[in-house]
Design a protein. Structure first.
Length: 281
């Protein structure tokens, strides 16, 4: 386990999945603890897919490949390539096993940096192949809500009039359910998460704050460059996930060609992609 620390923040990062496993502010835990009773994850890295494909199968140029939900990065060992007391970079590269699932040579580097009361997480993707690479990447931090999620609001940067899409397996339904009307404040309720995550795919905001209503305690997530934002929670578990995604699950009835997958990113031959989101206290 890798530790980063400054005067306010202490972070623990696992080489398995480059996953942030614990984060404290002034000694108080901000992430949930990964209790297996509900979910063992804390903040898995989603790559090279966000969500999954029906039957875990997609095609590329008509050829079938099998890959699990959210891809393979979260279960693989990353190598530390640069380290300081307040920052660390971990890298994953392709292996014979990944090439069976995902036929590109690549490098994925996840960098964590502390800046006062803020943690920046940067994802750098390199296409090491001489053809277009199709991929998605996403974040999945689970923030501690020890009092229960119904004491919390998510407050968006801008006034929103939006709906959400419910999930049917690994596809989202095309119907939109109204959720906010000319408001920035989205109160959390257990009933929203009986099925799965809430998908917001037309937000104007690129910042969201999780605020504890009785005390005003708050965590703000900035996610420039992300077109999709999800909120997820296992019923009655003491956490809520705020998830900026660059990619999304397909819509019910879509095909399985990765080239045509909704929200898929394209990276040119030998190209580099980078995206940063920040967690601010």
């Amino acid at each position: 386990m890798i530790e980063l620390k400054n005067d306010a923040i202490h972070a623990w990062i696992s080489e398995t999945g480059a996953e942030l496993r614990r984060l404290t502010l002034d000694g108080v835990d901000q992430l949930w603890n990964g209790d297996a009773k509900f979910w063992t994850g804390v903040s898995p890295v989603l790559f090279p897919l966000c969500s999954g494909m029906p039957g875990n199968i997609y095609t590329l140029g008509g050829k079938e490949y099998t890959i699990g939900k959210h891809g393979f990065a979260r279960n693989m060992e990353f190598q530390v390539v640069e380290r300081g007391c307040r920052s660390v970079s971990l890298r994953l590269t392709d292996t014979p096993e990944t090439l069976k699932q995902y036929p590109w040579h690549f490098a994925l580097t996840v960098t964590f940096r502390l800046h006062g009361r803020r943690l920046d997480v940067t994802y750098t993707v390199e296409n090491k192949t001489d053809r277009i690479m199709y991929f998605s990447e996403g974040s999945h931090e689970a923030y501690a809500c020890p009092e229960g999620i119904e004491e919390y609001d998510v407050i968006f940067e801008k006034e929103e009039t939006v709906g959400i899409h419910e999930i049917d397996g690994v596809r989202m339904k095309s119907e939109t359910i109204p959720m906010l009307y000319q408001s920035r404040v989205f109160p959390l309720y257990e009933k929203y998460f009986v099925t799965d995550a809430l998908i917001f795919n037309d937000l104007q905001s690129r910042r969201a704050t999780l605020r504890h209503r009785p005390t005003g305690r708050a965590i703000t997530v900035d996610f420039p460059g992300c077109d999709y934002f999800l909120i997820w929670h296992k019923p009655n578990a003491p956490y809520i996930c705020l998830e900026p995604w660059c990619g999304i699950c397909g819509t019910v009835g879509d095909g399985i060609a990765i080239e045509e997958k909704e929200g898929i990113l394209q990276l040119g031959a030998n190209g580099t992609y980078e995206r940063t989101h920040s967690i601010q206290f």
